[in-house]
Design a protein around this ligand. Structure first.
Ligand code: BES
Ligand code: ZN
Length: 621
């Protein structure tokens, strides 16, 4: 048994879920959904079934077809506990088997759903509804065991006048009711619905990309070259893809994440559509979750790194596989070495981003920068979210890989994923499995300082030796600019970056930003250099959000005239928290009044989760 999940109010250890049927009616005019959820359970004799809810209205409950008394507890940080009485004279024959159905409605305080009126969509043809349940927002959509420790196969249905997608394979639609089947057991955080003016085009033999029709062709172009190749590389690393289809939906701009790994319906931020195919790694990341996260799942958000660290690890192996294939095709002398260079380059970007992210935590770093988190005081997992589980998790796996050797680690990967598929586990079960598998290498594993990796705050305990061949050009250029700033003599040309791809530009801009953290350098003394950089490199091209975002951040850090408005206005064009949160946080440091002004102006375009997080960051209600 893995550790218990402290982020749920449900009594999930008392039940096993055999099947869940979820039906939703979408009421666009009332900005809510109402529905019915039916659980087929096996109980252990508990007198009550306790489920998670958050700002839900419960209208009826039935146990084995008969109305059952229920009560809703008072609200706490984790929501309100719904308790349904289970009669002692269970009439189902087998006393441990139960069918429980609950009628419910969402309210205007629902944190999972975002309704857009048609004017807020790109096509302005129909309203749009979408949903984001991870980490603990499923409880604001339907009463559930809102813990990744519980998995169930689902049938989903939804009534909506518009095209609708849910977290399973579409079966049929009739009379505005759309039916979906998810036969692989999934946790509540992967439940989803999207409805609006949506259309689809193929991007591979088992892939369709969906979006609003106006951007559909661009979405197809962005992904069609790579996605099937990504799946094939991942299948060789782990084992064959089990979910049959990998369909995706490019979301309206208010979507708060880069991507979300909904099974059969990967959700993606529209900032990926940058017309250079250079953000497709985000889709590789979500694809990798098909194995890690969706098949093999963290048992609670304290062990979130098992989802994200592993996913980043596989995402980078996929990138290396693609680079290898391309190098081979173009006659590169050593394609395998090139593949590794690309993987190490991505890892360096991640390492630097981790460094910046831990620094920006300030005092809370001592609590939130550990790999294994402690959420036992009821802290909302959204508050502990950072790059730490991603990048520290990746680095631990990379460290283990280096210790046992790549070939041996490659054999461990399918073993681990087969052992835990359809299950949820904790960090200690992962470590035990590693020791079990590498029983002959115990001495090697014992040289890893596990306690430091799991519980020590701050950067990873081991400084990895990444290959810097592709990164060096970025570092050399950063150093030239630092020197030029000190002497105030600028002699640069567009050629400096003409061979850079978007990721190299990202690393270059990130290392310029990191300069500001050094004692001897402050960009606010060098606004003139940034004006010059703007002139020679013309970074103001808003197509690649990753580049533009860092460029705007750098200009604000350097107090370049007009930079606050450029960043402020740009924050109104994106909804991804990766950009929105640090964007407002930086504006807040330089000019709080204008930060608040821009946030008030664009607040309504953001998802409720994003609004809540920015409010916390800015210290406002
Ligand atoms: N599952 C996450 C998004 C998430 C995490 C939502 C925690 C809610 C709570 C998704 O797979 C993810 O990691 N997205 C990243 C993509 C990036 C690492 C390539 C993102 O949104 O930036
Ligand atoms: Zn992820």
């Amino acid at each position: 048994m893995p550790e218990l999940d402290p982020s749920t109010l449900s009594n999930y250890p008392q039940f096993k879920v055999n099947h869940t049927a979820l039906h939703l009616n979408v009421l666009f005019d009332e900005l809510r959904v109402h529905g019915t959820v039916t659980y087929d359970l096996v109980g252990t004799g508990s007198k009550s079934l306790d489920l998670d809810t958050s700002f839900l209205k419960i209208t009826a409950a039935k146990v084995n077809g008969s109305p059952a008394p229920f009560s809703l507890g008072t609200r706490e940080i984790l929501g309100s506990r719904l308790s349904i009485a289970i009669p002692s004279d269970n009439t189902n024959g087998d006393a441990s088997k139960l069918t429980v159905s609950i009628d419910f409605s969402t309210t205007d305080q629902c944190t999972a759903l975002q309704f857009l009126n048609k004017d807020a969509t790109s096509g302005k043809s129909a309203p749009f509804l979408f949903c984001q349940c991870q980490a603990i927002h499923a409880r604001s959509l339907f009463p559930c065991f809102d813990t990744p420790a519980v998995k169930s196969p689902y049938t989903f249905s939804a009534n909506s006048p518009h095209f609708t997608l849910m977290a399973g394979i579409h079966q049929r639609s009739s009379n505005n009711t759309h039916y979906f089947e998810q036969s692989v057991p999934i946790p509540s955080y992967l439940v989803s619905i999207a409805s609006g003016d949506i259309a689809g085009l193929p991007i591979g033999p088992r892939l369709t990309v969906y979006s609003e029709p106006v951007i559909l062709k661009d979405c197809q172009w962005e992904f069609e070259k790579d996605m099937e190749n990504f799946i094939e590389i991942a299948e060789k690393l782990v084992f064959p893809y089990e979910w049959k289809r990998f369909d995706s939906l490019v979301m309206p701009k208010g979507f708060p994440y880069g991507g979300m790994e909904i099974p059969n319906l990967c959700l993606l931020t529209p900032t990926l559509i940058c017309k250079d195919r250079l953000q497709v790694s985000v889709m590789a990341h979500e694809l990798a979750h098909s194995w890690l996260g969706n098949l093999v799942t963290n048992c609670s958000w304290e062990h979130f790194w098992l989802n994200e660290g592993w996913t980043v690890y596989i995402e980078r192996r996929i990138a290396a596989g693609i680079a290898y294939a391309e190098a081979k095709e173009s006659g590169h002398a050593d394609p395998a070495a090139y593949g590794e260079q690309v993987r190490h380059f991505d890892a360096i970007i991640g390492w630097n981003a981790l460094d910046l992210s831990i620094q920006s935590m300030g005092a809370s770093a001592s609590r939130f920068s550990t790999l294994v988190q402690d959420l036992k005081d009821g802290t909302d997992p959204d508050d502990s979210f950072s790059l730490v589980p991603y990048e520290k998790g990746f680095n631990l796996l990379f460290h283990i890989e280096q210790k046992v050797g790549l070939d041996h680690f490659d054999k461990f990967i399918p073993h681990y994923f087969k052992k835990f598929r359809y299950q949820s586990l904790d960090t200690y079960e992962f470590k035990d499995t590693l020791y079990e598998y590498f029983s002959e290498k115990r001495a090697v594993l014992d040289t890893i300082d596990w306690d430091a990796w799991f519980y020590q705050p701050g950067m990873p305990p081991v400084d990895p030796k990444f290959n810097t061949e592709l990164a060096d050009a970025c570092y050399v250029l950063t150093e030239s600019w630092r020197q030029a700033c000190l002497s105030r003599k600028y002699n640069f040309s567009p050629k400096d970056i003409s061979q850079f791809n978007a990721n190299q530009n990202v690393l270059f801009l990130e290392s310029l930003l990191t300069l500001d953290k050094r004692d001897d350098f402050e960009w606010s003394n060098h606004a003139d250099a940034l004006v010059e950089m703007d002139r020679v490199y013309a970074y103001n091209n808003p197509q690649n959000a990753e580049v533009v975002f860092r460029w705007y951040m750098l200009r604000v850090t350097g107090h370049v005239p007009g930079s606050i408005d450029t960043l402020g206005e740009w924050l109104g064009t994106v909804g991804r928290m990766k950009f929105v949160r640090p964007g407002y946080a930086l504006l807040n440091v330089v000019d709080r009044e204008r930060a608040l002004g821009y946030f008030a102006k664009f607040k309504q375009t953001y998802h409720p989760i994003c609004i809540a997080m920015v409010c916390k960051d800015l210290g406002i209600e």
